[in-house]
Design a protein around this ligand. Structure first.
Ligand SMILES: [Ca+2]
Ligand SMILES: [Ca+2]
Length: 201
């Protein structure tokens, strides 16, 4: 599904949804949903590769077999490419509340296990957002940073300058922070501030 990441993205309420008008839109709805967001979320939950949505009728068609065809959309339909792996959630929460929110729809806060994860996560952050929670923490042992659920060593290094610095001695949760010109990791107090976050689905 890598090619999906090259298409146009729009932020629909809480979820980043891929939109590509060349994608085939189908006319036989499988679900009637209350909104475009619900259509996209239901698609996420069933791991479908894309959904077609008709705003006039709330019809939602989950396309699971034709994702590689390149044909024009049917009139009146909008095609949603949901990002199956990572979702930017534009709600402000503490790090533990953000993790609980990710768990509520079957995921966890996002991990950075390969350089492509770093690139994708940064591409999901809307312009002007300076802090975004992701999964790393050193809450178990100061200075011992790990990914959680399941616990894994952090093998990559996208820390910002002189980070982690455990400033004020209580910074145990990882966040993407906009340093001069680029997003890099910083450590931040887990519950002192509310920020948007990214989940792995
Ligand atoms: Ca710390
Ligand atoms: Ca810090």
């Amino acid at each position: 599904m890598e090619y999906l990441f090259d298409s146009f993205a729009e932020n629909v309420e809480n979820f980043m949804i891929k939109k590509d008008t060349k994608f085939p839109s189908l006319s036989n709805p499988t679900y009637i949903t209350t909104s475009k967001l619900e259509c996209a979320l239901q698609c996420q939950k069933t791991k479908c590769c894309a959904a077609s949505y008709n705003g006039a009728t709330n019809a939602c068609y989950f396309n699971v077999t034709h994702c590689y065809f390149d044909v024009e959309a049917s009139p009146g339909w909008e095609v949603l490419h949901t990002i199956l792996s990572k979702v930017f959630v534009n709600e402000l929460k503490t790090w533990p509340d953000a993790e609980a929110h990710c768990i509520s729809f079957g995921g966890h806060l996002a991990k950075v296990l390969k350089p492509a994860d770093d690139e994708l996560l940064k591409s999901l952050i809307p312009e002007g957002v300076n802090y975004v929670w992701v999964d790393g923490s050193d809450e178990g042992k100061e200075g011992n940073w790990t990914w959680n659920n399941p616990m894994e060593n952090i093998l990559l290094d996208y820390w910002g300058p002189n980070r982690p610095d455990n400033a004020g001695s209580g910074q145990d949760c990882m966040i993407y922070r906009y340093f001069s010109g680029e997003y890099l990791w910083d450590d931040r107090e887990c519950t002192d501030n509310d920020y948007p976050f990214i989940c792995d689905i």
